[in-house]
Design a protein. Structure first.
Length: 149
C-alpha cells in the first residue's frame, strides 16, 4: 500500500464562465444575436442623446464579462433629467424593438439608475457619482466603441 494521495481537482470558483462562440449568420439570413445587441446599444445611445444626456460612452465588454455584451454609460445634470433619460430609453426601446428591460435599479434621487436589457446594461449617473465610481476606468480594458460629449 502506498501513502500517495490523489492529485487535487482544480477549483473553478471565481473564474469567468466560458462563452459559446456565436455563428456569423443564421441560415435564414436574420441578424445574429451579436448584431442585434449592438443595434440595441446604438439605439439606446441615440435615445439618451435625444434626452440631452451628456458624456455618452459605449463599451464592448463581451470579452471581459458574462454580464452583458455592451455597457452604455451616460450622465444627466439633475434628478429630473436622470429620470427623463431612463424613461425615454425604456419607452423608445419598447416602441422600436418591442422589448422591455429585464430590470431597472435605482432612482433619480439616488443619482445612479441602471437598466438591464440582458445583452446591454445602461448606467445613467449624475456627474459626481460618475466621477466617484469611474466605471470607464474600471472597465478600461473594454474597447471604446463610441463617445459623445
Amino acid at each position: 500500500m502506498t501513502d500517495q494521495l490523489p492529485e487535487p481537482t482544480p477549483i473553478r470558483a471565481g473564474l469567468p464562465r466560458t462563452r459559446t462562440t456565436r455563428s456569423k449568420r443564421k441560415p435564414d439570413g436574420d441578424s445574429t444575436a451579436e448584431e442585434q445587441a449592438l443595434a440595441l446599444a446604438r439605439r439606446i445611445v441615440d435615445l439618451a442623446s435625444d434626452k440631452k444626456a451628456s458624456d455618452i460612452v459605449l463599451l464592448e465588454v463581451r470579452d471581459l464579462t458574462t454580464l452583458a455584451d455592451y455597457f452604455v454609460i451616460c450622465s444627466g445634470q439633475s434628478e429630473r433629467q436622470l429620470g427623463a433619460i431612463v424613461d425615454g430609453i425604456i419607452e423608445g426601446v419598447r416602441e422600436a424593438e418591442k422589448t422591455k428591460p429585464i430590470g431597472r435599479e435605482g432612482s433619480s434621487n439616488a443619482h445612479w439608475l441602471l437598466i438591464d436589457y440582458g445583452s446591454v446594461i445602461v448606467h445613467v449617473m449624475a456627474p459626481p457619482e460618475r466621477d466617484f465610481y469611474q466605471l470607464e476606468r474600471l472597465w478600461s480594458d473594454a474597447p471604446l466603441l463610441l463617445r459623445l460629449q
